[in-house]
Ligand binder design. Sequence first.
Ligand code: NI
Length: 163
Amino acid sequence: MALRKIVEDGDPILRKTSRPVEKFDERLWTLLDDMKETLADAEGLGLAGPQVGVLRRVVIVLDANDEPIELVNPEIISREGEHEMPEGCLSFPGKWGVVIRPKKATVRAQDRNGKTFEVSGEGITAQCFCHEVDHLDGVCFVDKALRFISPEEVQRMRAGETR
Ligand code: NI
C-alpha cells in the first residue's frame, strides 16, 4: 500500500466526471487499498477517486464505527429527511460550510469483486455518502454550501451530534 497525494482546490480534475469501473482487477484493489491508507493518514471521513487524481467511480466512506466502506460505482438510491450539517473536504483544507444533507441515505454499489450490495447510513455517514458521490460528478461541497463557517462553529454544530 502507498499514500497518494490528495488533489486540492484549483486542480481541474476535481471538476471532471469520473468514469465507471469496469475491471475488478488488481489495479482497482491497489487503488482501494491506497485510498484507505491515504484517508486514514489524512484523518478524514471519506475520499473519492478524483481526490487522488483518478477519474474512476470509486469512494471510501467511514461508517459509524470508523470502519472503511469501499464503494465502487456507487449511486444514492434513497434519501430521507433533511438537515443542515457542517461540512469540510480534504481537498479544501481549512474551509468549512453548512450544507443541507439527508438524515438518512442508502447507496447501491459494487464491492471490490464486482458484487452489488446496498448500504444505509444516518447523520454524518449519510452526509459522507452524498459528499463523496458528488465528487464523482465534479461537484464539491463549496458549490452547495449555504454559508461558510469558522472551525469553532463546526465544533459547536457537531456538539451533541452522534455518529
Ligand atoms: Ni470531499
